[in-house]
Each structure stands twice: as structure tokens, then as C-alpha cells.
Design a protein around this ligand. Sequence first.
Ligand code: PLP
Length: 289
Amino acid sequence: MLSEVTPFHFQGFDFYVKRDETIDPLLSGNKYRKLYSLLQTPAHTYQTIMSYGGTQSNAMLSIAALCRQKGWFFHYYCKPIAPHLKQQPSGNLLAALDLGMLLFETNHDDYETTITQLKSNGSSLLIPQGGADAIAQQGIEILAQEIRQWQQSTNLKPLYIVTPSGTGTTAFYLASALPEYTVLTSACIANKNYLITQMQQLGTMPDNLRLLQANRKFHFAQPYPELLHMYEQLKTAGITFDLLYAPQMWLTLLEHMQNFDGTVLYVHSGGLMGNATMLERYQHKGLIT
Ligand SMILES: *Cc1c(COP(=O)(O)O)cnc(C)c1O
């Protein structure tokens, strides 16, 4: 087992949490699982890994840590960087640059063409934004196997497995690998339709995968008092979660709890490295004193 399952009493309910945030501080949570197959790949297989996306992305930091371990170059493409961040890199960006990541900034207009041109060839590999790729399947199947073993050893049922979605890659492969349980997720980036489109690029939607709708809409990675409050309540209850995905997932899950009569296992998706910069933004907004 790469991580243990701990009981978690929260808001009057008894949950269990699969503690994937404890696997590795940089290669954390579902990013460790998604990059697992590359961690097992012999170093001589590639020279360079390329990827693209946001400049505070958790996937970016995890790929940077992977490449450092493997001795691979890491080229990361992004849209124009906010001036303050360019002057003084912080958070995940600073950590990834310190790990040797080379950052390539493109114009808004050239971004899409640049990405299309980054074709994988013999010595380099292109990982799509957020690690949304079939390379993720192997590591998530191992996570699935660990969950199955835990369920069989405790005999808790019926089992609902919860994990928040960005690209939906984790929830998709988890549901595919565990047809005997129900997997619940929620779209934390954009909306449900975007998430379904993303997931359909990986294959046919598994029947046991359910997308829960939040009562209200949040813009991804923006500070909201409700999300901060949820983060703080979770922390007080004993587990620190990330500030981008987990608060939305927990809010949505709690709104739907009356529909689930059984055991709920929340898979911690990591991402704690990004919390420092998010907490600073909450401070700037005056939401933390
Ligand atoms: C990347 C990430 C997710 C989303 O994972 P997907 O496989 O893209 O859906 C969820 N939680 C955290 C903390 C993440 O870093």
C-alpha cells in the first residue's frame, strides 16, 4: 500500500480518507498516481518531457519533480505570465523552476499552434495539460487495487468513492477499474459538460461514475469565503486538503449526502504545495486576518 486509509469524522458523518497526500510532498496525491508509469520508465527512454498549462499548476510541479528524479529536461509552455509572477516567481512556479523546469511563454494568439506543434518524437514526450492521458491509467489502477483490498479487509459496503475532478482523468480511470463500486466526482474546473467532453476523450464513460452538481458556481482558482471556510473546517477536523479542488468537492458532497446510504471513502488528491500561494491571495483579499 502506498498510502493508508484513516477514519474522518466530519459534519456529523463518518467518512474514510485514502491518504494519498502522504506519498510524496512534490509528487503528491493523484499526480503521483498519474505519473506512476513514467516513474517506472527507465531514465534512458526519454531526454525531454514537454507539457503546457497554468503557471501554478500542481501537474506542472509534479512533472518537474519527476524530471529531476529521472534526469530528464522539462520544457513547459504557458500563456503570458502575470507581470508580478514573472518578476518574482512564487509557489509552484518557483518550486518547479528550482527543480530545473524551462519555461516557455507564448503569445495568446500563438499558444494553440505552439501546442499542436509539440509532437512527441523518439527522445521526447508530450504530456497533455493536467496529465490527461492514457499514461495515467496504470498508476490509477494500482490505487484502485489498494482501495479494493481495503474494502475487502474491512468489508464496509456499499462503497462510494469520492474524488474531485479537474480534467477528470483520475475519476474516469478509477471508475473504470472499480466497476463494483460507485465513484462520485464534481467538476471543479469549468462545468459538467466540459468535464464530460474531457472524459470522453479517454474512452466510454463508465456506468458507475456519477457527476455531482454543486448548488452554486465557483470560478476555478479564485478565492471565495465559502471555500476557505470549508478548508478551515476540514483542517480543524484533522486533515489538511488543497484549496483548489477539495473545498468544492466537500461542499458538493455534503449537499448530496442524503442520497448515499453506505460507506464514503474520499481519495485525497494531494496538492498541498499550492496552498501557500492561495492562502496569500486570501490574505490580500482581507479574508484572512
Ligand atoms: C490535479 C488535481 C485534481 C484533478 O485531477 P484530474 O485527474 O485532472 O481530474 C484534483 N485535486 C488535486 C489536489 C489536484 O492537484
